[in-house]
Design a protein. Sequence first.
Length: 134
Amino acid sequence: MIRIEHIGIAVKDLVAAEEIYTRLLGSASYKREEVESEGVITSFFSTGPNKIELLESTRPDGPIAKAIEKRGEGIHHIAFEVADIRAEMLRLKAEGFILLNEEPKRGADNKLVCFVHPKSANGVLVELCQEIVT
């Protein structure tokens, strides 16, 4: 693991949340992106070397909508940058972690991603992120 890449925050209303985080962080979101496969629209903010990712569900049965229904708005996941996502997935499996993905998939912000089940990480959904090099 290289560093904390971002913290994901589930929100009901992306526009309202962007206004709050713009005031909180003192700068506007630098990027919005829809990730159709996950049923979300994301909005990214820079804060030092890290990022905050706001996530709004685009469908009522999406993972973010379900998370908000179950736990309310708030921190959804913590993401770590990795150099080699496949190697890190193998390492974590060998350590006994439960992965939610068998293969990395394309996520927001030009990343390959994989999630670690919260049951194997003290209730925290962990995301692994690797920059897609083109």
